[in-house]
Write a new protein. Structure first.
Length: 113
């Protein structure tokens, strides 16, 4: 199966909400079992909170800093970023053209190491 960037990107932004005043910049592109693939392209600020599943970000375009539990991780286009389940995280100082795939999988609470 192929999940195309263009058609999913054209569905963004979704209307603004109280929590996401610049518009909602994520779209579920695919899901199967416990796994889901989300196109995430924050604009302005990143207001996300922790998630119950483990998460990978695949950076398609852009650069910035991913803050995970107070630790900053600089990233560039092409990088893959991992966030364990239930960890507070958000993007900071990200370029205005950022485009990522966010992939969630596994049980609530994350997989055991």
């Amino acid at each position: 199966m192929r999940i195309e960037l263009g058609p999913n990107l054209s569905k963004l932004p979704l209307p603004a909400t109280t929590r996401w005043p610049q518009g909602v910049w994520d779209h579920k592109a695919f899901s199967h079992g416990s796994m889901s693939v989300i196109l995430f392209t924050p604009r302005g600020a990143d207001y996300q909170t922790s998630h119950g599943q483990d998460e990978l970000y695949v950076v398609i375009k852009g650069s910035g800093v991913l803050l995970v539990e107070g630790i900053r991780h600089a990233f560039l286009e092409g990088d893959v970023l991992f966030v364990p389940a239930n960890k507070t995280h958000c993007f900071e100082q990200f370029s205005p053209d950022i485009v990522t795939w966010a992939i969630f999988w596994g049980p609530n609470g994350g997989e055991e190491t």
